[in-house]
Design a protein around this ligand. Structure first.
Ligand code: GNR
Ligand code: NI
Length: 172
């Protein structure tokens, strides 16, 4: 088990389009387990491979609240096969943009095809916060951050603050 360092924006590694996993082997299972551990420790409700410096199409999430039984979701090569016309507005945050939040509108319900940890093709439906989270993670696999949906003005304010934060961390 290992906690993996999370990459902060702006960083070219967060702008890469990730590549599909060819075989769900032990290295994929190990990475997925470490990603879940890192997500719970952060804490966050989702985490994608590029945020920890891996370029494979892998994401994890768990939107259960503290105190509830955990319901970890682990998706390899996820694809949206259907999305609702109805939209849902969620206040989104991102572990790669700590302390920044914005309301983002996305389809309220999605159906996703993915490979499970045995490499079997599966489908799942998600709505509400889980749907928002899975779509947020799938955006990461395309190199897209939630700030990319904001106006250039708002995006640049956030990214400038992030650059300043990173400079302070480097100096410390
Ligand atoms: O912890 C997170 N919270 C969150 C809230 C609303 C919509 C999406 C998310 S995902 C985020 C963790 C993260 O950065 N995943 O990439
Ligand atoms: Ni994120």
């Amino acid at each position: 088990m290992a906690l993996l360092p999370i990459i902060y924006a702006p960083d070219p590694r967060l702008k890469i389009k990730c590549r599909p996993v060819e075989t769900v082997d032990q290295s994929v299972r190990d990475l997925t387990r470490d990603m879940l551990e890192t997500m719970y420790a952060a804490p966050g409700i989702g985490l994608s491979a590029p945020q920890i410096g891996d370029t494979r199409r892998i994401l994890v999430c768990d939107v259960t609240r503290e105190g509830e039984d955990r319901q970890p979701i682990q998706l390899v090569n996820p694809e949206i096969v259907w999305s609702s016309d109805e939209l849902y507005l969620a206040e989104e945050g991102c572990l790669s943009l700590p302390d920044h939040f914005a309301e983002i509108e996305r389809p309220s319900e999605v159906r996703i095809r993915y490979l499970d940890q045995q490499g079997e093709s599966q489908e799942m439906s998600a709505d509400g916060l889980l749907a928002a989270c899975v779509q947020h993670e799938m955006d990461h696999l395309e190199g897209i951050l939630f700030v990319d949906y904001l106006s250039p003005l708002k995006r640049n304010i956030i990214l400038r603050k992030m650059k300043k934060l990173k400079r302070q961390k480097e100096a410390a």
